[in-house]
Design a protein around this ligand. Structure first.
Ligand code: CMC
Length: 373
């Protein structure tokens, strides 16, 4: 018998099992394969966390050496991909460019039809930053900078964007954000990837769908929307009035609220500390006062807490990234979670195909004749 109750937005629905991550009910803390994400973000590199998410264990020294060698060797884009990137109109959002590039990389991968494997996941992780950085550079009228295999994943991204690597403090803050963004259960983009995988389609198609889902401002697009909002408000003294007006107009305040966390997102304190470190390192004017004023107003008016996108947006701004790059950076990280879920779905697949409760007109006969024009 079908369950006829309607779960709008699938809220509260448990769709399947996963061994990749969970929000621990006792501590309200996100864990990857059992490890609290805030501890991973403080102590581990993004490469180590990618290995953990995919395989279930942190790498030992030998595994890490082998994996980082493969990641570093897989970063370069071939000429045809760089040509394609140049042809996408600059008016397109960088997420559209990324979606197009992944689709093209899939069409160009002879292994595309054989189903997803760890090698596909590694290839995607290695290449995505090269796409994001090359797109950033062409928007600034600059040639792409080839990846540097002597640099770690996070350092190399700065190198490909700016031609230089900032001090270790800044790189560490960036790396913490990548670790925090890497995985989060059956969120909308991951679920989209699992739906596509459930039809036995290929990993590139699943990731292309996931990028489309992440782009929306209720999901990953929120980190960009936060920065647009802070720019729109301008100064701390205008925050309360702005929030009141926005709420009265039924606007969603970006970077606040969460479907899973009702008492605060467990990733926020770690990212907030990284933001404070960035503000100290780079100088933030009165951005931090404005940031705090909006947070206070939201707690006071709605009792809503910030989610990860609230501190991540301004932190990326202080790192020197253009606002439309924020969600593509989220992709560079979440590709690990997406591909882990694609592999998990593939290993114990059931076609994802829910039912709907019909609300259209009742059964009726088709009129005998077409109406005359
Ligand atoms: N601003 C204003 N009101 C809000 C917000 C917000 N950010 N979030 C929730 N509410 C209100 C909402 O209007 C509703 O009020 P009422 O019951 O009076 O109609 C109530 O809170 C419950 O909202 P909901 O839509 O039922 O909750 P949800 O679980 O479907 O929404 C959410 C979760 C993330 C879509 C929502 O909080 C939101 O729109 N936030 C802003 C966008 C954002 O920051 N997204 C990033 C999410 S976390 C990271 C990621 O996945 O990328």
């Amino acid at each position: 018998m079908a369950d006829t109750a309607i779960h709008k937005g699938l809220a509260g629905v448990v769709a399947d099992t996963t061994a990749i991550s969970t929000v621990d009910a006792a501590t309200d803390s996100l864990t990857y394969r059992g490890y609290p994400v805030q501890d991973l973000a403080e102590t581990r590199t993004f490469e180590e966390v990618a290995h953990l998410i995919w395989t279930g264990d942190l790498p030992d020294r030998e595994q890490l050496t082998a994996f980082t060698a493969r990641e570093r060797a897989g970063r370069a884009l071939d000429r045809s991909t760089l040509d394609l990137l140049r042809r996408v109109p600059e008016s397109a959002h960088p997420m559209d460019v990324l979606r197009t590039a992944i689709s093209y990389l899939g069409a160009d991968d002879p292994a595309e039809d054989r189903g997803a494997d760890l090698a596909t996941a590694e290839r995607l992780m290695a290449r995505l930053p090269s796409v994001v950085a090359a797109d950033r550079r062409r928007r600034h009228g600059l040639d792409p900078i080839p990846p540097d295999p002597s640099l770690g994943f996070a350092e190399n991204f700065f190198h490909m964007c700016f031609g230089e690597v900032p001090g270790p403090g800044v790189v560490r803050c960036f790396e913490a954000s990548l670790v925090l963004y890497a995985e989060h259960g059956f969120n909308a983009s991951t679920f989209a990837a699992r739906v596509v995988t459930s039809t036995r389609s290929d990993a590139y198609s699943a990731v292309t769908a996931a990028i489309g889902a992440l782009k929306g401002p209720l999901h990953g697009g929120a980190n960009e929307a936060v920065m647009h909002m802070l720019n729109e408000i301008g100064t701390a003294d205008r925050a309360e009035e702005w929030v009141d007006r926005a709420l009265a107009g039924k606007r969603r305040i970006m970077g606040f609220g969460h479907r899973v966390y009702r008492n605060g997102d467990s990733r926020v304190p770690t990212m907030h500390r990284a933001l404070v470190r960035m503000a100290e390192a780079r100088g933030a004017g009165d951005l931090m006062e404005l940031y705090a004023a909006v947070e206070r107003a939201m707690a006071d008016r709605k009792g809503l807490h910030p989610n990860l996108d609230y501190p991540a947006g301004p932190a990326y701004h202080l790192m020197g990234f253009d606002v439309p790059m924020f969600t593509p950076i989220f992709v560079m990280s979440r590709i690990t979670g997406w591909t882990a879920h694609i592999l998990e779905q593939q290993a114990a697949n059931a076609l994802i195909r829910p039912l709907s409760a019909y609300s259209g007109p009742p059964h009726r006969a088709v009129p005998a004749q077409r109406s005359q024009v």
